[in-house]
Design a protein around this ligand. Structure first.
Ligand SMILES: Cc1ncc(COP(=O)(O)O)c(C=O)c1O
Length: 371
């Protein structure tokens, strides 16, 4: 039987047609018309005024941090349990990442821990929605208002998700998305910044494009990056966006199928299907082994691979990253929930192209491994 890959995108809508259009018209760089089209349509989709397409979700965070002027001595609160892109953006800007642990059920940053981490130097909170459920935004927004903190929202995994019926990506002063092929919609590599503030949008655009100046193109007042998205990528994005609602529905059905097949399985914690503020969108279908399982995620993933099932480990916590330890960051800090789920958590095949049969096989394989 063939191996079940952890991810495979679905590209059978207008992707080919729009790509051919790029090739035939010669518009393949970031100057082409699909870029603006994708920016506008995507921003509209998340209820924002401006969209700024960039090369990937990681650099979207770098641009967001730079645009908000966060730098030396500024503290930014973010989850310990996330991808390195979040802390990297803060550290590269010369700002100080301040961590909070995550909630054992949603795996999102534990909002109750944020206020204890606020100091006179705190300037911003980087909110990251993890795996399928959004962060509990209302208490976080209230804290941010009370302390005058800025919000960067990392909605990289949350296309089409809502928090109390408001779209994820509508909460940050600047919010960021990724379009890596494991995301609900993909451009191969790609990312997007969204905001309602015309000045921030302008600054994001400028930083993305080397801070070229309209009057004197090659004279630079500031240092930017070439983080542009190409017309080819944006063409894929426009085609994928046409199917976002369908894709979200697909993912939710996949999650529901896994939940049904794995219900009551001893030795493993399944994702929460819902909280009082959102239904899980199952960007990935994560599981966490109970302590009683007798082995860790690495062992489980090895056993699953041996019977043809692809998996990915959970994120590794920021305070345990050798690169940050070498920089003297997070010395002696402990975030027990993040540490535990990093060692005991992994996700099952979750790509958009996954079939019901493959989900059945993956769930059966997990049950077998846990026996
Ligand atoms: C929460 C989160 N933020 C940022 C990123 C970075 O996005 P990219 O892979 O497009 O650089 C990812 C990627 O998966 C992510 O999951």
């Amino acid at each position: 039987m063939s191996f079940v890959p952890v991810n495979e995108p679905v590209l059978d809508g207008n992707e080919e047609k729009y790509l051919i259009d790029c090739v035939r018209s010669g518009w393949i760089s970031s100057e082409g018309p699909y870029v603006e089209r994708f920016e506008q349509q995507f921003a509209e989709r998340v209820g924002r005024r401006f969209g700024i397409a960039v090369a990937n979700g990681s650099v979207a965070l770098e641009v967001a941090v730079a645009t908000l002027g966060l730098g030396k001595g500024d503290e930014v609160i973010l989850p310990a349990f996330t991808i390195i892109s979040c802390a990297a953006a803060v550290v590269r800007a010369g700002a100080i990442p301040v961590l909070v642990d995550c909630d054992p059920l949603t795996w999102n940053m534990d909002v109750a821990q944020v206020s204890a981490r606020i100091t006179p130097r705190t300037k911003a909170i980087m909110v990251v929605h993890i795996y399928g459920l959004p962060v509990d935004m209302d208490p976080l927004l209230a804290l941010a208002r009370e302390h005058g903190l800025r919000i960067i929202e990392d909605a990289a995994e949350m296309h089409g998700q809502t928090y109390r019926d408001r779209p994820c990506g509508s909460f940050g002063e600047i919010s960021a998305f990724s379009f890596y092929p494991n995301k609900h919609i993909t451009t191969g590599e790609g990312g997007m910044l969204v905001t309602d503030d015309p000045l921030l949008a302008e600054q994001c655009r400028s930083l993305r494009n080397l801070c070229f100046q309209p009057q004197q193109r090659f004279v630079h007042e500031e240092l930017g990056w070439n983080f542009r998205m190409s017309n080819l990528q944006a063409a894929l994005g426009v085609a994928q966006l046409e199917r976002l609602a369908e894709f979200v529905g697909r993912k939710r059905r996949m999650g529901a199928q896994y939940m049904e097949l794995l219900a009551g399985t001893a030795g493993v914690q399944l994702p929460l299907a819902a909280t009082d503020y959102a239904q899980n969108i199952y960007w990935v279908f994560g599981v966490v082994l109970d302590d009683a399982a007798g082995f860790d995620a690495t062992e489980a993933m090895g056993r699953l691979a041996a019977i043809g099932i692809g998996t990915r480990p959970f994120f590794w916590p920021m305070h345990e990253q050798p690169v940050f330890r070498k920089m003297g960051l997070f010395a002696g800090e402990r975030y027990p929930v993040s540490e535990r789920i990093a060692r005991r958590g992994f996700y099952l095949p979750s790509g958009m192209a996954l079939t019901a049969e493959q989900i059945g096989r993956s769930a059966a394989a997990l049950r077998e491994v846990l026996k």
